[in-house]
Design a binder for this molecule. Structure first.
Ligand code: PLP
Ligand code: COI
Length: 361
């Protein structure tokens, strides 16, 4: 076992002698295959132990482990890219580190030392860099996670945890790729309330969203668009991404009011709009305003924004038995410009003028 010193952290690196066959870039789906190695760090006896990079493997945990009963779990999502020059990079990992810390605090979980999240993940991705696919539209999806591992049935914050990270060479999140998707506006079920956990990345938020998503899928939609929990009027976000609307040439996205996830892609897109001279407003539009805008033609584009989804055009919004078609179900100009700009920075054809790109080698 070799000990490697990084600026802030020690990692133990296990030798591995069996390597998987890497999938072809053309066959990649989202989150379906995993690399040879993973990162694992245990928290016990009130402190973090030395982190390890080990073979990607199963966990063996007793059935009474807290996470299985009370869902004390948080996670993150980010991507590593092979740029056009061949350089391997990670996008805005410092932002994931900040959000992971907030999620940990909200879910009464221990936080990592300053810099640990970024350094340990960078080291893992560096070791697995041959797994970062090359084709535009593909990436190595990075999934950091923390679970409560104390074996106990009383409802309390666990005294033991696993922080782990797995890596998945991935293609588009939606089967449609960059083609417009069909989304159902959910007017009965809600995702999150202010004061709840909607603003952090806790697994329970996703478990709670599955029922509405299942109904929407049965009706032929790919995801659900959530409205606010009180009035069922104001648009919040989608199942796995934030959302933006182009109304009267202004890009609208819901403000970070405590019930939506503060997306890193959302933050990046707001900055890119500024750069490109596109006006933005962090204002929650009501569903009535949106429907009227689609009908009058003033609302010209809708697109989702997230790490897994990237920038995903929305072609149809379903609301109260009606399917409203946006921009003739075609990709709009603002969506296309933002997509080109974001992917340009990620794949290295456009200058990284905001310092969003972390080189890994
Ligand atoms: N909202 C939800 C519910 C999500 O799951 C995600 C994905 O992470 C986002 C928004 C977008 O966040 P980000 O851009 O940081 O990936
Ligand atoms: C992401 O975009 O990284 C997500 O976490 C969304 C989803 C796969 C849960």
């Amino acid at each position: 076992m070799e000990m490697i010193q990084r600026p802030h952290i020690n990692l133990e690196i296990d030798e591995i002698d069996q390597f998987k066959v890497k999938p072809n870039d053309d066959e990649l789906r989202f989150g379906a295959t995993f690399t040879d190695r993973m990162l694992l760090r245990e928290y016990k006896n009130s402190e973090w132990q030395t982190g390890r990079i080990i073979k990607h493997q199963n966990f063996s945990l007793p059935p009474e482990t807290i996470v299985f009963h009370y869902g004390q779990e948080i996670f993150e999502g980010q991507k590593a890219f092979t740029q056009e020059s061949g350089k391997k990079v990670i996008f805005r990992l410092d932002e994931n580190a900040k959000r992971f810390k907030k999620s940990a605090e909200r879910m009464v979980m221990p936080t990592l030392e300053e810099g640990y999240f970024e350094e340990s993940i960078r080291r893992l991705v560096e070791m697995e860099k041959d797994w970062i696919p090359k084709k535009r539209g593909t990436a190595l999806y990075i999934r950091p996670c923390m679970i409560a591992t104390e074996p106990a049935l009383g409802v309390h914050a666990s005294t033991e945890y696993y922080f782990f990270t797995i890596l998945s060479p991935s293609g588009p999140y939606f089967a449609e790729g960059f083609a417009p998707t069909k989304i159902k506006v959910e007017d009965k079920y809600v995702r999150a309330v202010v004061g709840g956990t909607g603003a952090v990345k806790a697994g329970g938020n996703y478990a709670a969203s599955l029922y509405a998503a299942k109904i929407a899928q049965e009706e032929g939609y790919s995801q659900v668009l959530w409205l606010d929990a009180h009035e069922h009027q104001y648009v919040e976000e989608v199942g796995a991404m934030n959302i933006a609307f182009v109304l009267d040439d202004v890009v609208y996205t819901a403000p970070l009011g405590g019930s939506i996830l503060p997306g890193i892609t959302r933050k990046s897109v707001l900055q890119l709009c500024d750069d490109l001279g596109i006006k933005t407003k962090e204002v929650a539009l009501s569903i009535d305003t949106i429907i009227e805008g689609i009908k009058t033609g003033n609302l010209t584009e809708v697109f989702g924004i997230g790490t897994a989804a990237s920038i995903a055009p929305v072609g149809v919004l379903g609301y109260h038995e009606e399917n409203l078609v946006i921009n003739d179900n075609k990709i709009g100009d603002v969506t296309q410009r933002l997509y080109d700009e974001l992917l340009g920075i990620q794949y290295g054809s456009i200058e990284d003028r905001h310092g969003w790109i972390l080189p890994i080698e």
